[in-house]
Design a protein around this ligand. Structure first.
Ligand code: ZN
Length: 132
């Protein structure tokens, strides 16, 4: 099961505000069914309950490439070095206070990816290696 949270979404068509469950965290070894959507940049699909408009939310996502020791934050808005650094610091502060996580972080490569072709390439390489 992917990690999710509930957020308020405003419909781009009718301006209705509704609650939607969105994906924050994907583990590729467990959530292989999400890979196709992920590669298309459509991991977070929501539908307005009022007018049925379908939207794909452009949110940042944490992707765990288990059993590769790689964690990727995909954020299409993190183009600059400074914005990538914000994700890195966040990752470090989350892992620093948890013994298990900080051990894990020491062995794990952390990357911030902001463009879909790069993310696709990483996922394709992963899929080839682990045949999913
Ligand atoms: Zn709507």
């Amino acid at each position: 099961m992917p990690g999710t949270s509930t957020i308020d979404v405003k419909c781009v068509k009718c301006k209705n505000v509704f609650e939607a469950v969105v994906i924050d965290h994907i583990d590729l070894s467990e959530d292989a069914d999400l890979i196709r959507n992920l590669k298309a940049g459509k991991a977070n699909r929501v539908q307005c309950p009022k007018c049925r408009k379908v939207m794909y939310l452009d949110r940042s996502l944490v992707i765990n490439f288990e059993p590769q020791s790689l964690i990727v934050v995909y954020d299409s808005k993190a183009k600059s070095k400074a914005k990538k650094e914000v994700h890195r610091r966040e990752f470090e502060s989350v892992t620093a206070f948890n013994e298990t996580l900080s051990e894990l972080a020491g062995e794990t490569e952390f990357q911030v990816v902001s463009d879909l072709p790069t993310l696709k390439k990483l996922i394709d390489e992963y899929a080839k290696m682990y045949v999913i």
